[in-house]
Design a protein around this ligand. Structure first.
Ligand SMILES: [Zn+2]
Length: 260
């Protein structure tokens, strides 16, 4: 039997699934090799020394041995555990959403340093920031950009005319904002308020600090979220599971506020 080739890489565990009695398959996002599945042997045994380092959302240094189907974890070490994400359901739900989006958007074995960096920065921000939703909006817009699905926000995505400074429409199927003439006919177009358009443009062009300076609580925040979410669902051609989790926490939070 040939000696397997060993190599090291850092990566973030996006998700895991059980394999057989004691093993797991981990989906890892790495800066150099992109997204890949690796096998972790024996990590579901209570005696495993590796299991603590291989939890979802952990950034770790992996030592991997080349395998036939998937490479095998030979050693690992935690680089960042993002502990605050695990202690707070609001933070956790948003971090899982970010990991799920990366999983859906990023193809297997295609490296992308900017997207890897975006995920690391987003997990750090979600662990610390007070404004979690705006942090997630910034992440969504950057990810769409990096994956080649930048929404059109300057001119009408239907006719190419410059958008007037009034309420327009947002039509994911057309590729972004559309003018009143193009958006009136349906095609899933929804009203896009001028303020929401301004926030979307800021998310697209501004820095993270710029994006965090605007206040987007209440209806404006929900409007921006709904437009971006509908765009993402349109691109992916399916819903994002973790989004429903965030919604449920919000509803339960509102319920507690009413009962208190
Ligand atoms: Zn138009």
């Amino acid at each position: 039997m040939p000696v397997p080739r060993m190599y090291k890489t850092e990566g973030i565990i996006l998700r895991q699934r059980r394999l057989g009695e004691a093993d797991r398959i981990l989906c890892v996002y790495t800066p150099t090799f992109g997204k890949m599945d690796v096998k972790a042997r024996g990590v579901r045994k209570t005696t495993s020394r590796m299991s603590g380092h291989l939890q979802p959302l952990t950034r770790c240094m992996l030592q991997l041995a080349q395998g036939h189907v998937s490479d095998v974890v030979a050693g690992c070490e935690t680089l960042e555990s993002f502990q605050p994400l695990r202690d707070d359901l609001d933070r956790l739900s948003r971090a899982l959403y970010a990991a799920e989006l990366i999983d859906r958007f990023v193809p297997e074995r295609t490296h992308s340093f900017p997207t890897y960096r975006l995920l690391v920065e987003t997990l750090r921000r979600l662990a610390e920031a007070e404004e979690l939703d705006q942090t997630l909006r910034f992440f969504e817009m950057r990810l769409l950009d990096q994956c080649g699905f930048r929404p059109e926000l300057e001119v009408c995505a239907g006719c190419g005319m410059r958008l007037e400074a009034v309420d327009n429409f947002f039509a994911p199927i057309s590729g972004g904002a559309v003018c009143r003439a193009c958006g009136g006919g349906g095609m899933g177009a929804r009203t896009l308020s001028l303020n929401a358009l301004k926030v979307l443009r800021l998310l697209q062009h501004g820095s993270y600090n710029d994006a965090m300076r605007v206040r987007t609580e209440g209806t404006l925040g929900r409007e921006v979220e709904n437009h971006l979410r509908s765009f993402i669902v349109c691109v992916l051609e399916r819903d994002v599971n973790a989004a429903a989790f965030i919604e449920r926490l919000r509803r339960e939070g509102a319920q507690h506020a009413v009962e208190a």
